[in-house]
Design a protein around this ligand. Structure first.
Ligand SMILES: CC(=O)N[C@H]1[C@@H](OP(=O)(O)OP(=O)(O)OC[C@H]2O[C@@H](n3ccc(=O)[nH]c3=O)[C@H](O)[C@@H]2O)O[C@H](CO)[C@@H](O)[C@@H]1O[C@H](C)C(=O)N[C@@H](C)C(=O)N[C@H](CCC(=O)O)C(=O)O
Ligand SMILES: Nc1ncnc2c1ncn2[C@@H]1O[C@H](COP(=O)(O)OP(=O)(O)OP(=O)(O)O)[C@@H](O)[C@H]1O
Length: 477
């Protein structure tokens, strides 16, 4: 529940209130009070006491026209005869009002947020494993892969960071379920679209930055992407930062809270890095996820969990038991060849993934990859140029969430950055089957990059069923 009076007070306090408009008359405050019993940003989900937020580039006046609602909040007066609260920024309004409506659930949780171009999901899984040992399985998690409000039942979310109304509702539900900690991923889009506006995290972690998510529906420039990501540190009580990342000195210069750094250029380097173990924080850790970058993700999670009260024993146990579906999963073909299934879908991740595989697999190595349509368009050049610089690698280009674009055209665009001829097999299952048929022994490998365990392909904007890279690979062992 929230009253109109509280809503107006929140907006005024945030310097976001413009006016209330009822039947063509302007008011600078509420005329009578009203109690709202729900919040919504979707006209298909409203009731008689819903406070409705009209937001978004695709919002249409028609969505409001026949609604039986007491008020809506908007940047625009849609002139539909419904009392309107006009604000300068509807997404700021939505976040602060949702926070109050759900009773500031962040105050009842220890909150840990990860941002970075890569590793958010993996680091979140490490952190959840550690914290679950510390708090006896009372860790909620909001991640791209999985969301859990009770620590044990999981569902897939549409967005990496939920819309603010959903975020605070889910946080409240997690508290009601007895959760004491929340681990979440915060995307740059979350800051760009104010999904976490007004929220301060107990610990904010910045894992790394590389050019990505630049395109018409994401960020116009790298500067914008980087700025949005840095907002996590500006809105955290304690920062954990990778000292080896690009622009680290600048990030450090901006910090206003306490912090811990990790990486070679810090007091917490990773040493003795082996496939399944490493040393850091004066300890030896066992780890199931191979790759130095996963050891970085693990140390970031370790420092965060220590800050939130876990002890080093919890940390060691948590890291040792962590696996992440679709991240660095290795299966063996009948002929001994190794199949690596990983979610790498930009040049930086693919580069790191290939560098983990090549030292061990000295035979024929085939990479299967595509890139998404209508999103992250710059990945095509990045991946093409990377593969061009690795002439000994076999490559098959395939589909990966083409959305409204033609997957063959996307593949041709990637191929245009590669000097040698590259086969294009749009059917991902056939691409995997073909590569696996070409292996001949234990030194060979197939790297299936991009979809991990995603059980769908986005085609024409619709999630269409897909068996999943790992399931398909297992079919052709
Ligand atoms: C750019 C962006 O963040 N867009 C998100 C945003 O859209 P928006 O606010 O612009 O809303 P819109 O799509 O224009 O829709 C207009 C509004 O009309 C409403 N509506 C619609 C139909 C109707 O009949 N009645 C009605 O009221 C809708 O509920 C919506 O509120 O809010 C929508 C939900 O309210 C999201 O679905 C949408 O995510 C889009 C689809 C998306 O794909 N976003 C990606 C780029 C994203 O955010 N990704 C990051 C992860 C990036 C990473 O991998 O690191 C993420 O956090 O998920
Ligand atoms: N620290 C890292 N640096 C570079 N690449 C990484 C790192 N951690 C993971 N990766 C690679 O990126 C892929 C995606 O990892 P993960 O899902 O943890 O990242 P994410 O930030 O959640 O990704 P996304 O934003 O694309 O959902 C992994 O499969 C791996 O190939």
């Amino acid at each position: 529940m929230i009253t109109l009076k509280t809503v107006v007070a929140i907006l005024k306090n945030d310097h976001n209130f413009r006016d209330i408009l009822i039947d063509g008359t302007y008011f600078n405050t509420e005329q009578t009070d009203f109690i709202f019993d729900s919040l919504s940003y979707d006209s298909r989900e409203v009731a008689s006491k819903t406070l409705f937020f009209a937001k978004g580039s695709q919002f249409k006046r028609a969505f409001l026209a026949d609604l039986a609602i007491p008020f809506y909040i908007s940047e625009t007066d849609y002139e539909v005869g419904i009392p309107a609260i006009i604000v300068n920024d509807v997404k700021h309004a939505m976040s602060l009002i949702a926070m109050a409506f759900y009773g500031n659930p962040q105050d009842d949780l220890k909150t840990l947020a990860f941002t970075g171009t890569k590793g958010k999901t993996t680091a979140a899984y490490f952190a959840k494993s550690i914290l679950d040992i510390h708090n006896k399985h009372k860790t909620a998690m909001f991640s791209t892969m999985d969301t859990t409000l009770d620590g044990k039942t999981f569902f897939k979310s549409q967005l990496t960071t939920p819309e603010s109304i959903d975020l605070f509702r889910m946080m409240r539900e997690a508290v009601s379920n007895g959760m004491t900690h929340l681990v979440m991923e915060v995307s740059s889009q979350a800051y760009k679209t104010a999904r976490v506006y007004g929220l301060t995290f107990d610990v904010g972690v910045f894992l790394n930055i590389s050019p990505d998510h630049i395109g018409p529906i994401e960020h116009p420039t790298f500067e914008d992407y980087f700025y949005c990501k840095r907002q996590l540190l500006a809105n955290s009580r304690f920062a954990v930062v990778n000292a080896d990342m690009d622009h680290f000195d600048f990030i450090k210069s901006e910090l206003t809270c306490d912090y811990a750094f990790y990486g070679d250029a810090s007091l917490h380097p990773i040493t003795q890095s082996k496939a399944f173990s490493f040393q850091a924080l004066d300890q030896t850790f066992d780890i199931q996820l191979i790759g130095h970058f996963n050891q970085e993700n693990a140390v970031a999670a370790a420092l965060s969990a220590l800050q939130l009260g876990a002890d080093i024993t919890d940390v060691k146990k948590g890291i040792a038991k962590t696996t992440v579906p679709g991240r660095m999963e290795v299966i063996k073909q009948a002929n001994g060849a190794k199949i690596f299934v990983d979610y790498a879908h930009n040049a930086d991740s693919l580069d790191k993934l290939i560098n983990v595989v090549l030292p061990h697999q000295t035979g024929q190595v085939t990479v299967i990859i595509g890139t998404t349509g209508n999103k992250g368009e710059s990945r095509r050049q990045g991946i093409g140029e990377l593969l061009n610089g690795l002439p000994n690698l076999n490559v098959i280009l395939t589909a990966d969430d083409p959305s409204f674009e033609d997957p063959a055209a996307i593949a041709r665009e990637i191929a245009s950055f590669i000097d040698r001829d590259i086969p294009i097999i749009i059917d991902r299952e056939v691409a995997i089957q073909t590569a696996m048929q070409q292996t001949s022994g234990p030194n060979d490998a197939v790297i299936i990059a991009g979809k991990g365990v995603d059980a769908y392909q986005i085609v024409n904007g619709v999630h269409t069923p897909y068996a999943g890279d790992k399931n398909i690979a297992e079919k052709y062992l």
